[in-house]
Write a protein that binds this ligand. Structure first.
Ligand SMILES: CC(C)(COP(=O)(O)OP(=O)(O)OC[C@H]1O[C@@H](n2cnc3c(N)ncnc32)[C@H](O)[C@@H]1OP(=O)(O)O)[C@@H](O)C(=O)NCCC(=O)NCCS
Length: 335
């Protein structure tokens, strides 16, 4: 949707737990090899939290960094929005804990759950509220702790994910030109069975049997999600470029969701562009779900891959099935 008043990213931050888990470590847990994981996914290692760490413990340092980088006073934040499917608890919203601990005393707070597309959805909600004039500043956080919902006997899922969080601060564009100029959200719930945690919701409340049957862990239909992802990543980029009449050559950097390097390579192949146009860090962190895109964005800035005036695309896709794209012209922020 076209934005009336552009929202610009004023600050970014990230937090990755210290504990590194390598592909070699997985050889001791499941029937896999270091070689299979790297060649079939592009992942070399990922970070896992310590047992005592919960989502707010990793989201708060990421948010603190973004707030400090932005220089926006905390009392000016009108919305704290957190994308995650691994909150501290199902109720109350983890965003409320962030709002309190970060001192955003004039902010509304909510969680949003759209799995791997969550950060693009949260950013769309926040930027649209800024565009409408409902608020001036927002803190948008994406993060997940997969290590607590993975079945470490299932080789199809446990090697793919990691833990981490990232954050941005959004505010009105400083010059009317910089900032988010288009957003696209989409969903296809006919594929909702492809990425699930079967039990623990109202569809299958927790019982001793659901625990015994390991129904509280993530289950994915990897082949179907892979097929969907390789198509949607290119489709949504194409759609947004076409409707804004922007040639791909004018785009400086695409930050795609990091699920599998082969999904990103397929997009580069479709557009006939070099892989350098896509930011990749899944080798280090795996798929951190809602944390992926804001972590990538912060790293891209620290690596000086984004400069003032650049057109940058954020492309999320995954469970739901769902997808979301944010198109922006970069403002003055450097970290
Ligand atoms: C999961 C994924 C890496 C599998 O790669 P793939 O090339 O599609 O592999 P296949 O599904 O064809 O499986 C090939 C074989 O590898 C096996 N395999 C799966 N995981 C393995 C592992 N960790 N180690 C070794 N072998 C593994 C499968 O069991 C299968 O064996 P089979 O043919 O004997 O049944 C890939 O499909 C993917 O990345 N999917 C999307 C991931 C996702 O859903 N992410 C979350 C949302 S974005």
């Amino acid at each position: 949707m076209k934005q009336l008043r552009r929202a610009e990213i004023l600050g970014t931050g990230m937090y990755l737990p210290e504990k590194r888990v390598t592909n070699k470590d997985f050889e001791k847990m499941v029937d896999t090899t270091e070689e299979w994981i790297i060649t079939r996914t592009g992942i070399r290692e990922r970070r896992f939290v310590e047992p005592h760490q919960k989502l707010s413990d990793i989201a708060i340092p990421a948010a603190e960094m973004a707030l400090n980088n932005s220089g926006v006073p905390r009392e000016k934040i009108g919305l704290v929005i957190l994308a995650s499917f691994t909150p501290d608890r199902l109720i109350s919203a983890t965003a409320c804990i962030l709002q309190d601990k970060l001192g955003c005393k004039n902010a509304g707070a909510m969680d949003i759950e759209v799995a791997c597309s969550g950060f693009t959805y949260a950013t769309t909600v926040a930027s649209s509220m800024i565009a409408s004039g409902a608020i001036d500043y927002a803190l948008v956080v994406g993060g997940d702790i997969l290590s607590k919902v993975l079945d470490f006997t299932d080789r199809n899922t446990c090697v793919l994910f990691g833990d981490g969080a990232g954050a941005i601060v959004l505010g009105p564009s400083h010059d009317g030109e910089s900032g988010i100029f288009d957003t696209l959200l989409g969903a296809d719930g006919s594929g909702s069975e492809h990425i699930i945690i079967p039990a623990g919701g109202t569809g299958m409340p927790t019982t001793a049997k659901t625990v015994e049957d390991k129904l509280h862990y993530v289950k994915i239909n990897g082949k179907e999600v892979f097929k969907f992802s390789t198509k949607i990543i290119g489709d949504m980029i194409e759609q947004v470029l076409e409707r804004n009449k922007i040639p791909l050559d004018d785009v400086s950097l695409i930050i795609p969701h990091q699920a599998n390097i082969r999904i990103i390579e397929s997009a580069a192949k479709r557009f006939g562009c070099p892989m350098e146009k896509f930011f990749c860090n899944l080798e280090k962190y795996g798929n951190t779900v809602a944390g992926t895109i804001p972590i990538c964005l912060h790293e891209a800035l620290t690596e000086k891959r984004i400069k003032k005036g650049d057109i940058v695309l954020l492309a999320g896709f995954g469970g739901g099935l769902s997808w979301g794209l944010i198109a922006m012209r970069w403002g003055a922020l450097q970290v």
